[in-house]
Ligand binder design. Structure first.
Ligand code: XUL
Ligand code: CO
Length: 437
């Protein structure tokens, strides 16, 4: 494909909040400095390959709605045409990063060796394009869930041959991510879960998953990959019970297998919602456990119980997410990936551009609101004050183990301690937030 897929679509640049130009950023100015860094450096935006260039627009009731010139991308030539369109889109959006699974970018081969050859050839093609355009790889990953061999899981499959095929595939994807200077490597637990206990040995599958992740860590160190390894929690879909349910569950898994200092998390807003949490809960929980890594900033529909992967469009929600990210010091290796897809009626090439441009503006507005909340300090000060009692001598002793239940009971009795309830001030704090969003 020599012609640009995005014909007559201009590069998107910042024009300020009053611009009425359809193809413009109104809030995302990559060079704007906020809290000492540019917006580009803070947000570290990434476009995902799969939903934009691979997904055909199917739903459970109908097939392909999108007609992309590179479909069905079953040859190397079409895979390269797809890459051309992808890199055109990264340029138009001025987004510094992208993310991909092996299966998104290469034609499916008949064997492991053919898959590896195809992947390596596309990686060479990417390397040239990345060099030429300055686009960087936020993370690479392996698709261990689409092919029918993985219907019963990959690492947690009862068949050791599937485990081996999955492990070998992850090795090749880590190699390519390393070669392309990827800043992270992601492991979403695709079909690592189960449909029915009737055919499942939970303890065995946990042991398999633990060994698999330990091998990934060992291989990272063996090849000298300096990026972060990230697990992406999700509670259900595709399997009824996914093992990486949420942040707290993954933390238990990591501790159990001695991995808590080696693996961090990629958190997705839609997955948090499926788990019955808010996005900011998952972010704050990961920060408190020292596991925060990166985000997939795509939301779910609150009325439906599945993963709708929609572009973000709610500034107050996004603001709270970035508030807790900033509280933990912002991104280091991670960034803001849009694991988001169009609605299936949005069939024009420009829809891909407008979806991202809008989402990026929502993130920029939310981020700037979050930065103001941090700079203002009212909310953080409130929390600090709320726990100030723990600075006292006796409180410190209770916390550090110098006092036991007996001693505390004695102290409560001899001092005739009568705790006074204090207001949690939730509405006041919600009003404070509304000054910024
Ligand atoms: C699935 C999902 C994945 C991961 C990468 O819900 O979020 O696309 O982000 O495998
Ligand atoms: Co995701």
């Amino acid at each position: 494909m020599t012609q640009c897929y995005f014909q007559n679509i201009p590069d998107i640049t910042y024009e300020g909040p009053n611009s009425t130009n359809t193809f413009a950023y109104r809030h995302y100015d990559p060079s704007e400095v906020v809290m000492g860094k540019t917006m580009a450096e803070h947000l570290r935006l990434a476009v995902c390959y799969w939903h934009n260039f691979v997904w055909p627009g199917n739903d459970p009731f109908g097939g392909q709605t999108f007609e992309r010139p590179w479909f069905p991308a079953d040859s190397m030539e079409l895979a390269k045409a797809k890459a051309d369109a992808a890199f055109d889109m990264f340029r138009i959006l001025n987004v510094p990063y992208f993310c991909f699974h092996d299966a998104d970018v290469r034609p499916e081969g008949q064997s492991f060796a053919e898959n590896t050859r195809n992947l390596n050839e596309i990686a060479d093609y990417f390397a040239d394009k990345m060099e030429e355009t300055g686009t960087k790889l936020l993370w690479g990953t392996a698709n261990l869930f689409s092919h029918r061999r993985y219907m019963g899981g990959a690492a947690s499959n009862p068949d050791p041959d599937v485990f081996a095929f999955g492990a070998a595939t992850v090795k090749t994807c880590m190699d390519v991510t390393h070669r392309l200077n990827g800043e992270n490597y992601v492991l979403w637990g695709g079909r690592e879960g189960y449909e029915t206990l009737l055919n499942t040995d939970l303890r065995h599958e946990d042991q398999q998953l633990g060994r698999f992740m330990n091998m990934v860590v060992e291989y990272k160190h063996k090849i000298g990959f300096k990026g972060a390894l990230l697990i992406e929690p999700k509670p259900q879909e595709p399997t009824k019970h996914q093992y990486d349910y949420d942040v707290a569950t993954v933390y238990g898994f990591l501790k159990r297998h001695g991995l808590e200092n080696e693996i961090k998390l990629n958190l997705e807003q839609g997955h948090a919602i499926l788990a019955g949490h808010s996005f900011e809960h998952e972010i704050a929980m990961a920060q408190s456990l020292g596991l925060f890594g990166s985000i997939d900033m795509n939301r779910n529909d609150y009325q439906s119980g599945w993963d709708t992967d929609q572009f973000p469009n709610n500034v107050p929600e996004v603001a709270l997410a970035y508030y807790y990210i900033l509280q933990g010091g912002g991104f280091s290796t991670g960034g803001t990936n849009f694991d988001a897809k169009l609605r299936r009626q949005s069939i024009d090439p420009e829809d891909l551009i407008l979806a991202h441009a809008g989402a990026i503006d929502v993130c920029a507005r939310g981020f700037k609101a979050a930065a103001k909340m941090i700079e203002d300090g009212t909310m953080a000060d409130f929390v600090t004050d709320r726990y100030a009692g723990w600075q006292g001598e006796t409180a410190a002793k209770m916390l550090n183990g110098e006092m036991d239940l007996d001693q505390i009971a004695q102290m409560v009795e001899t001092t005739d301690l009568r705790p006074e309830p204090k207001s949690g001030k939730q509405e006041y704090l919600e009003n404070v937030i509304n000054r910024f969003v």
